[in-house]
Every structure is written in C-alpha cells, then in structure tokens.
Design a protein around this ligand. Structure first.
Ligand code: FAD
Length: 285
C-alpha cells in the first residue's frame, strides 16, 4: 500500500481515539520510534494511523504518598528528567534514561515502550520490579493488568488491537529500594544484552527483607521474572552470599538465544552477574 493511502487521525480525547481505532485496519501511534521502522521495512501497512499526541488525558505524571501514575504519552525523556520519579523509583528513572539515545528518548512514549514488546527493552523489567500495573481502555470496557502478566511472546502482548494503554500505576511501598542496571557491549545507545530490574522491601527494623523482586530483559522471548529471588531473600538481611545465591537462580529461569550480542551461555552468565549487581544496588540506594 502507498503511504498516500494511509489516513492519519488526530483525536483529542481517549473516547475519540477509541472510536478511531475501531475503524478497519487502524493502529495507535505514540512517538513512532518503533512504528517508523516497521513501516519502512513494510512489516506493517495499516490503512489508518491514530496518533495520540494531542490526547491531553494521556500526558500527565502524578505522585502521591501511596502511588505514582504516569500517562501513556509521557516520554522517556520526561520520565528520566522527573525528580520525584528519580527519588521514588530510581530503577524506573535509570531505565528510561538509558533507552536508545537522546532523540529516541525525546519521542518514545511509555505506552509505545510497553506495547512494542521487544524483549530487550529496558523499561519492562524496571517496572515489573516495582509491581507496575497497566491501565487499558477498550471500546466498552477497561481493565488493569499486572505488567508481569502483560507479555505473551516476541512483540506480543495481551492487548486486543482496539485496546489503548492509558496509564501505568506504581504503588509506593515504604522501605522499598529499587534499581535497574544493564549491560551493552556494543554502542551505548544499543539495546542491552541483558538488563536487570530489582527491588528489595525491608521490614520495619530496616534490616530484614520482607519482599524481593527481580526481572530481566534480553534473555528470553518476554521479560523474565525470577520468583526464586523472593524465596531466597525474604526473611534474610541480604548478606552478600544470599544475594549471590538469589542471583544464581536466574541461570535456570532465563532462556537466551545466540545472536550478535553474545552466545546464549554468555548471556546466561551476564544475567547472573547483573541480577546480583541490581540486587546489591538496592542495598545502597
Ligand atoms: C535507534 C533506536 C534505539 C533504541 N534503543 C533502545 C534501547 O536501548 N532500549 C529500549 O528499551 N528500547 C530501545 N528502542 C526501542 C524504543 O524503546 C521503542 O521504539 C519505543 O519505546 C517505542 O515507543 P513509541 O512511543 O515510539 O512507540 P510507537 O512506535 O509509536 O508504537 C509502538 C507500538 O506501540 C503501540 N502503541 C503506542 N502507544 C500505545 C498506547 N498508548 N496504547 C496501546 N498501544 C500503543 C503502537 O501501535 C505500536 O504497535 C530503540 C529504538 C530505536 C529506534
């Protein structure tokens, strides 16, 4: 199909965007950084593009003592620059700040970063580690999905074609420390070989761990969540040997592929190393 055939729709409200997406062969467009490449290579040729850039409802960020809400049209650059996000959610702030390069971060949106579902993406493990929930609206319904349940496979999510991500909600838990670290052996702006998001929540004594969360990107068809980390770390004080044991558990959980960023064995080793470093970083954050 020629690009002149594509109808470009610019709704100004969520309800108008949902009416637009209900038309035949329509897709949402956030910042366009992924979609532009798919167009260029003719992997997608939609009849209609519904650009969300004028929908004000999707653009806010809001922090209260109990939760942070980020609209789906907030960009990576805005998340990375926000001081409250950096204070409350340092892992999310770090992940948003290392994606691609400054030009990508200026355009790429939260909704696009989640819906694109490339398993190497930085933001999902950082958000999963702090229990993020995705709010979604369809034509006649709305639902909230745990981000850990959002991914189904390479470039595949549980979203129906007419469902719009409106915002992401992250609970603020007292005594929780979080981090995100990644490893990029090629250029700094490249996708990571492996990235690890972690959080440790401490009991009131400030010493013993009540809950540990660990998630990784780049080492499977979807973000990998290590439930074993919590089994190993909960109830301990996070001594170095326990952190190493928890990190070592990801060796069995991940399922990496050989590619230009490294062999599967190498990635498995790097997943363990970066899981350990991300957990360790929570102790000093
Ligand atoms: C040069 C380059 C380098 C990159 N490096 C990295 C990297 O290091 N780390 C990393 O994590 N990522 C990287 N990326 C990928 C980048 O994170 C994604 O391209 C970006 O996050 C997608 O966001 P977007 O707003 O541009 O999405 P778009 O391209 O607009 O959309 C992507 C997908 O999401 C859908 N969509 C958009 N918004 C919504 C919504 N609100 N609700 C439902 N569906 C929606 C679209 O229909 C489309 O299917 C890189 C990309 C480029 C081009």
């Amino acid at each position: 199909m020629q690009s002149t055939d594509t109808e470009f729709l610019i709704p100004t409200s969520v309800s108008e965007a949902l009416r637009n997406i209900a038309k035949e062969d329509a897709i949402f467009l956030g910042g366009g950084t992924s979609t532009a490449l798919l167009y260029k290579t003719r992997m997608i040729e939609p009849a209609r593009v519904v650009w969300l850039g004028n929908v004000g409802e999707l653009k806010g960020m809001f922090a209260s003592p109990t939760e942070v809400k980020i609209g789906s049209m907030v960009t990576m650059a805005e998340i990375a620059a926000d001081r409250e996000i950096a204070r409350l959610l340092p892992g999310v702030s770090s992940a948003a700040g290392v994606i691609g390069n400054a030009r990508v971060r200026a355009m790429a949106t939260l909704g696009g970063a989640l819906a694109h579902a490339d398993p190497r993406q930085d933001l999902p493990p950082a958000l999963i580690a702090v229990d993020a929930k995705v709010s979604v609206r369809g034509g006649s319904s709305s639902r909230e999905i745990n981000l850990s349940d959002f991914y189904e496979g390479f470039l595949e999510t549980v979203l129906a074609p007419d469902e719009l991500i409106t915002e992401v909600t992250i609970p603020i838990i007292p005594n929780r420390h979080s981090s995100y670290l990644r490893y990029t052996p090629t250029s700094e702006g490249d996708y990571p070989t492996v990235g690890a998001g972690a959080s440790l929540t401490f009991n009131g004594d400030g010493k013993s761990i009540s809950t540990a969360k660990l998630a990784l990107c780049g080492v499977g068809a979807v973000p990998i969540v290590s439930s074993e980390a919590n089994l190993v770390l909960a109830g301990t004080t996070g001594d170095d040997s326990v952190l190493r044991r928890a990190a070592d558990m990801v060796r069995e959980a991940v399922d990496p592929q050989d590619d230009e960023r490294g062999s599967a064995d190498y990635k498995r080793d790097m997943a363990v190393v970066f899981a350990y470093r991300a957990l360790k970083a929570c102790l000093v954050s």
